[in-house]
Write a protein that binds this ligand. Structure first.
Ligand code: COA
Length: 177
């Protein structure tokens, strides 16, 4: 069953279960997920889970980020992270299905754009799902002096209405920055 869960409804036992699943799916980040699911001080607004027989089979989390353009226009965007399916269930279109549910929920919540940063090898996968590759001028910032190292990650976006993503350099950062 696919569930959409607001962050305030994720109690510590479920949080621990999600983190254990993320440790398996992202062994390179296991040390982080062993302690927390939050990156750059921004907790998800909601998480989409596929649970089968009480176990988490797939996960996507959505955080709010702000894009600031060179004209100093600010847009809140929904940023997708932790897209993962447990190894034994991969290749069955579960990832696609979960992303579809996630994007529909993002749209329903009124966002104009969804963004994500992915490994280069997955760019064709996201393109097949209607995502577009942004150029290198979409940069993630931790604070005004510190761009987050996203060198190995490709910035991608999806337009959810007829509004186009603004052109030119785009700073992605937490809404409070
Ligand atoms: C990426 C992931 C979520 C896809 O889930 P899934 O349910 O297997 O995806 P789908 O069945 O919808 O699509 C499978 C397709 O994904 C693509 N894909 C999956 N992993 C890939 C990889 N590492 N490199 C390139 N393409 C990949 C392939 O096109 C694959 O097609 P195939 O089955 O014909 O080979 C899953 O492989 C996963 O959890 N990977 C580890 C965590 C991760 O890297 N997440 C992405 C973070 S951006």
């Amino acid at each position: 069953m696919i569930e959409i869960i607001d962050e305030q409804n994720i109690a510590p036992p479920l949080d621990a279960k999600i983190r254990a699943m993320l440790c398996v799916c992202f062994p390179e980040w296991a040390e982080v997920f062993a302690c927390r699911r939050v990156w750059h001080n921004t907790p998800p607004i909601f998480t989409v889970l596929l649970r089968e027989d009480g176990e988490i089979a797939a996960h996507v989390a959505v955080v709010v980020r702000t894009i600031t353009t060179t004209w100093n226009w600010r847009y809140n965007v929904a940023s997708i992270q932790g897209v993962s399916v447990v190894p034994e269930k991969r290749g069955n279109r579960i990832g696609r299905e979960l992303l579809d549910v996630t994007v529909n929920e993002i749209k329903r919540r009124g966002f104009f754009f969804a963004i994500l940063f992915c490994k280069e090898s997955l760019v064709p996968y996201y393109i097949s799902l209607g995502w577009q590759l942004a150029d290198d001028s979409m940069v993630m910032w931790n604070n005004r002096d510190l761009p987050i190292a996203m060198r190995s990650n490709c910035p991608m976006y999806k337009e959810l209405t007829d509004v186009s993503l603004p052109e030119g350099p785009l700073d992605v950062h937490s809404p409070t920055l």
